[in-house]
Design a protein. Structure first.
Ligand code: TMP
Ligand code: ZN
Length: 434
């Protein structure tokens, strides 16, 4: 285990370990034989943006680490922070980037066409944020209902005409939806499934809500890619689970559903879109399920050694990235963060980077602007500010949009600006190399 604590030396952030429940039983298979993978010590919440203040003494720090279940190979965070703390007011607004807008249209079109979702059919989205994905379904004429516990975001969605319940999805909520709106032809969860502790309750709820020919489509970061890309920054308190295809298969089988297809996607650093239905339903199991499961086996992901290699690679980045940045700062270079992503906050906090390295962090999200980053307290600024105060280097904290951002920032690169890519190995992109 990499056990270096990241608690800052100065100031007195609060270690509130006692407010985060330790994971004991595996939320997929019920097992309890865990392999320790990485441990980052106490870390603040990745979306815990703060108002600028004279002192941040009350900022809560929770232990952050990952373990792997030796029976089903679920990777799980070590501690569960109360979802009421994490999600009731939430600063993450679904990206309106080109990449994600295109992707959301693809998800809607694929599901509507492939599962013949018609005008009267109901599409329910769990973790629907401000409703942009559901709007893409509405263009296809379907009935839609969003469910999202973030009251600030549900209010925006409702204001935009996308009916949204400000609730955590549960078996009880599923039953109410079925009573009021009838069964769902599609239940969608994009990048929400990894945030759910009570998987059993949610999957049972979805089973009860789905029509006999209904489909549960979930999109999650793919643990195989996380390990291969050393994307350790995907690890933060909100991401409770990191899934392999085989682990998902185990989960749904245990709850009377069947994983019948899976597609690999490039979004968010490599994700999978998994399709699940009733075992008696019309959907035949496609070869991709067995193919990916056997790829996972061949890659050694059911053995301890793969996770030891990952931990070693994480250790290398935690040394090389700060060393590179310290060298640049010592040379008088000015550096700023690009994209105040949640994972960026893992990178900064876990690598010990802060305001002594970054002048500011540029971000397009209104809710984050004029705040400071959790833990490091680097100020968040608008892209307009960044254009007026260009640094020599941008540390690309939103590396999952690298292609789009590097294209968009061609003039910054042409003027001699550079990007630092933190993973899989810290590297520099300049005009010549882009
Ligand atoms: P995400 O990876 O969780 O979607 O977060 C990406 C963050 O980066 C989000 O706060 C928006 C921000 N961002 C920018 O500031 N500029 C950009 O061009 C893009 C694509 C994202
Ligand atoms: Zn397990």
């Amino acid at each position: 285990m990499t056990g270096r604590s990241v608690l800052p030396e100065k100031g007195a952030p609060m270690d509130v370990s006692d407010r985060a429940r330790k994971v004991v039983a595996c939320r997929v298979c019920g097992g309890g034989d865990w392999q320790d993978v990485v441990s980052f010590g106490p870390v603040p919440l990745a979306n815990g943006f703060l108002d600028p203040a004279g002192s941040y003494d009350d900022e809560p720090y929770y232990p952050l680490g990952v373990i792997s279940c030796r029976s089903c190979r679920l990777m799980s965070v070590t501690r569960i922070v109360d979802p009421e703390v994490l999600y009731r007011t939430y600063p993450y607004v679904t990206s309106d980037s080109e990449t994600i807008t295109r992707h959301m249209r693809y998800v809607a079109e694929t599901c509507v066409r492939r599962f013949a979702i018609g005008e009267d059919d109901l599409v329910v989205e769990i973790g629907s944020n401000t409703g942009t994905q559901l709007l893409a379904f509405r263009e296809a004429g379907t009935r839609t209902l969003g469910v999202d516990p973030a009251r600030n975001l549900a209010a925006v969605a409702n204001g935009n005409g996308v009916p949204t319940l400000p609730e955590f999805f549960s078996a009880g909520v599923a039953e109410t939806i079925r009573e009021e709106h009838g069964p769902a032809r599609l239940v969608l969860g994009r990048h929400v499934f990894a945030h759910i502790d009570d998987l059993a309750g949610v999957v049972d709820g979805v089973r009860g809500l789905l029509a006999p020919d209904g489909v549960f489509a979930i999109e999650v970061p793919y643990a195989l890619e996380l390990l291969e890309r050393v994307a350790f920054d995907t690890i933060y308190h909100e991401h409770l689970s990191y899934f392999l295809v085989r682990t998902l298969g185990t989960l749904f089988e245990r709850h009377g559903l069947r994983l019948f297809d899976v597609e690999r996607l490039s979004v968010h650093g490599g994700s999978i879109l998994a399709f699940v239905g009733h075992p008696q339903g019309p959907w035949q199991v496609r070869p991709a399920v067995a193919e990916l499961s056997s790829l996972e086996e061949r890659t050694g992901l059911f053995e301890d050694s793969a996770y030891r290699v990952f931990a070693k690679n994480v250790g290398h980045i935690r040394e090389e990235l700060p060393a590179l940045i310290q060298r640049l700062v010592a040379d008088g270079k000015r550096i700023a963060g690009y994209g105040a992503s949640a994972k960026g906050n893992t990178i900064l906090n876990v690598c010990g980077l802060g305001p002594e390295h970054l002048d500011y962090c540029s971000d397009t999200t209104d809710l984050k602007q004029d705040k400071v980053l959790p833990g490091t307290h680097v100020p968040v600024r608008t892209p307009e500010y960044a254009r007026v105060h260009p640094p020599d280097y941008f540390l690309l904290l939103a590396w999952n949009y690298a292609d789009e951002i590097i294209r968009k920032e061609a003039s910054f690169l042409r003027a001699g600006g550079r990007f630092i890519l933190p993973i899989p190995k810290p590297s520099i992109v300049s005009d010549g190399s882009a």
